[in-house]
Design a protein around this ligand. Structure first.
Ligand SMILES: C[S@@+](CC[C@H](N)C(=O)[O-])C[C@H]1O[C@@H](n2cnc3c(N)ncnc32)[C@H](O)[C@@H]1O
Length: 215
């Protein structure tokens, strides 16, 4: 069955009172792939970490336990509703100065200096980003040389799950396409895994920023 368009739109940019409900449901629904992506990332206690499109911010509970000595854990999202929800869920981390949450207006200009992060996580976001290359170039810029990015996404364009997502909102890209775009943005693919969820598989793709800064 096709996902209704208005639900798909809410997933891409939650708004209003319905967006608040979406935030709560999504936090439960995507917990498995967020945990899997974090585990895939080989995170260290001092790592500086960004979750792009963090939504409800549930990932920060686990991230902050692992990166317990980090100087910076940051979350960004375009949705005011999601940023508010992420702040609410993580008040303690924000008050302790460990987590910064920001609303962003553009995926092509992240509000961070070059080499600000050792790890970037982004789960179920890339469908909504166009052009994807601009975001990947930004990831490369804000990652320290040798830093790692883990993306989690539906990477099988011919799956029944992909067919159920309205193409007006979801741009499902194959794992190969995303890998090529990452390489073009100056990243090296260092691992892929499938996370099995119900009847479908979610791609976990790990890429590393080269040790030499991009010109
Ligand atoms: C499907 S939700 C996933 C949320 C969370 N990562 C998770 O795994 O549950 C997609 C999120 O990406 C955010 N998003 C979409 N496009 C964005 C953009 N251009 N910049 C920042 N956030 C974006 C949406 O607002 C939404 O919160």
């Amino acid at each position: 069955m096709k996902k209704p368009l208005f639900i798909a739109e809410q997933s891409s940019n939650p708004r209003g009172w319905f967006g608040k409900i979406v935030a709560k449901i999504m936090a439960r629904e995507t917990a498995g792939e967020n945990d899997a992506a974090i585990d895939f990332m080989s995170m260290a206690p001092r790592d500086r970490i960004l979750d792009f499109g963090c939504g409800h911010g549930q990932s920060f509970r686990r991230i902050s336990r692992i990166a317990s000595q980090s100087q910076l854990i940051a979350g960004v999202d375009q949705s005011e509703v999601m940023v508010t929800e992420a702040r609410r869920r993580n008040q303690d981390l924000i008050q302790n100065g460990l987590l910064k949450m920001e609303k962003v207006d553009s995926a092509s200009k992240l509000p961070f200096d070059d080499s600000s992060f050792d790890k970037i996580l982004s789960v179920h976001t890339i469908y909504f980003i166009s052009p994807l290359r601009s975001l990947l170039t930004e990831f490369r810029r804000v990652l320290a040389p040798g830093g790692q990015l883990v993306l989690a996404f539906h990477g099988n364009k011919s799956s029944t799950l992909a067919a159920s997502l309205p193409s007006e909102v979801y741009n499902i890209r194959s794992t190969q396409d995303v890998s090529k775009q990452l390489e073009a943005a100056g990243m090296k693919i260092v691992g892929t895994e499938l996370y099995n969820k119900d009847s479908h598989a979610i791609t976990l793709l790990k890429a590393e920023a080269s040790l030499v800064p991009e010109k």
